[in-house]
Design a protein around this ligand. Structure first.
Ligand SMILES: [Zn+2]
Length: 122
């Protein structure tokens, strides 16, 4: 392959990557989450709408967390894990995630989950 060809190929590849990345950023910025999904280990347990206030008890084999959804925001208000790091995290319609490592629990906005599935099937 000639040097000029290599440069051309690099430029084409870079533009393609930029276009793809641009599309991804555009989609993630403008699509709002409507629900949160509760995952334990790698299994989806439940999903809760973000536009409906509520308090949900989540009990896993590892422990217990209380999820509160209020005014479009989700947070953990009570947990029996050591450290309680999950109580410092929150999700709102723009994103975020709540991870409770000791309980193998993760709570993510549904649009993130949908993009994750996209990436797998693509
Ligand atoms: Zn926790």
């Amino acid at each position: 392959m000639k040097k000029a060809d290599k440069i051309l190929l690099t430029v084409i590849t870079l533009s393609a990557v930029l276009i793809l990345a641009g599309g991804f950023i555009y989609r993630s910025c403008c699509k709002r989450a409507s629900a949160v999904e509760v995952w334990v280990s790698d299994e989806k347990m439940q999903s809760y709408p973000l536009d409906m206030d509520g308090v949900y008890e989540i009990t896993t084999a590892e422990g217990h967390n209380t999820l509160k959804i209020e005014k479009g925001e989700a947070r953990i208000i009570d947990a029996d894990c050591p450290g309680g790091d999950c109580m410092k995290m929150k999700i709102d319609q723009n994103g975020g995630s709540i991870i409770c490592l000791p309980h193998k629990l993760s709570i993510i906005p549904d649009r993130v989950a949908a993009e994750g599935t996209d990436a797998v099937t693509r």
